[in-house]
Design a protein around this ligand. Sequence first.
Ligand code: OOG
Ligand code: NI
Length: 461
Amino acid sequence: MSSTPISSNHIRSRFSRAMSAMYRHEVPAYGSLLDLVREVNEATLAGDDVEKQRLAALGELDRISEERHGAIRLGTAHELSTMRRLFAVMGMDPVGYYDLSVAGVPVHSTAFRPVDEEALRANPFRVFTSLLRLDLIDDPMLRSEAARVLAERRIFTDGCLALIERAETEGGLDEADASAFVAEALETFRWHPDANVDHDLYKCLHDAHRLVADVVAFKGPHINHLTPRTLDIDAVQRLMPAWGIKPKAVIEGPPTRRVPILLRQTSFKALEEPVTYSNGETTVAGSHTARFGEIEQRGLAVTPKGQALYDRLLNETRAIVRPAADGSNADEYMATLAKTFEAFPDDLGEIRRQGLGYFRYSVADKPASPIAPSAGTEDLIAAGVLRADPIVYEDFLPVSAAGIFQSNLGDEAAQAFAANPNRERFEADLGTPVIDLQRCYAETEAASLARARADLAQETV
Ligand code: OOG
Ligand code: NI
């Protein structure tokens, strides 16, 4: 490296911005969605000064308009492990394992994202990354044909690979290399309107599963959606039609609540885009439907106990009514969801006392005399010396992710695979274990409490 390395946070921010600009150009409806989300966020903050001050004090206000996640689908173990190295240059590590086979989608996934608090505050850009599972495809001929096509494609530019290596051996990239890296890496995520296969093979892949065609038939893992974060997803869902955007029927995740938990998501349907298919001699003009837009609202990260309660209530809801792809029972589903979730406390103090969520502790008001380390956390909060703010959920939800996949696979896609998680295989393909997401939140909470207690234990005032 010729000069000083620049921070991986900086590279990630630049990459996220470059990706957003590219996608806005490729999928104009995403641009409309960004404008709508900005309006709703501004209106929400203008109408809620307390929340605005709170977000500003936590340093979260600035990140909201910059915040987004994307998603890609990969074809081979080698693509996945190289993608891990690519994201590592930007300070993004694989967190969590998501098995989507249960929902009829032949992939398993992780999310690459920054992990430590400072990096998350700088820019929490995440990429939901799925690996196709050809082992779930029945037809052995098609399976080997797909594997052959995938083995031949090269999804990373030589320049990108060289810069990944440089970052690994030299511990980072300098300014010039970082700029080059962002440009080279972006190439991997670009849309290619000329397919990698002929039309007959495309049709066979598509008949096996639309997702198989989306991965195998193309030259690279085009970014299939980008998702801005909104502060009021119900408002965005309601306003989408007036902005010429058709939302999916229901919002995935928990219902509307006073205290938002986990993650709520909705999307607009994928576009049908022109594609040419060629066998080297003849070219066929056709189309492919894959790329869409999504919005998300993030809330409190929940503990294993909170997650178990969430899972149970979601299952109970779905045992009563399952959202139909055509939206015919959307109102019934949302009403049932709201009713069932009355069993999940909707008050921050109650959630905290029941150990359902993660909190970031800080000193609210220094007391006149030092506080003994043995003082109870709840007592300190009640005494007004300690404050607890919700820790934002930075990850994804498998049932919601499946709903997002499904809404873009068309109504015919209710194909079922037996639940078939294979985390060991995924981690072997990735080349490293995934980070346990519960541990991230538990550590953040514990560190904040230790800091706050250390402060309170000092002689002051
Ligand atoms: C990923 C779908 C999952 C989310 O936000 O849950 C996802 C995909 O369609 O490739 O992005
Ligand atoms: Ni998404």
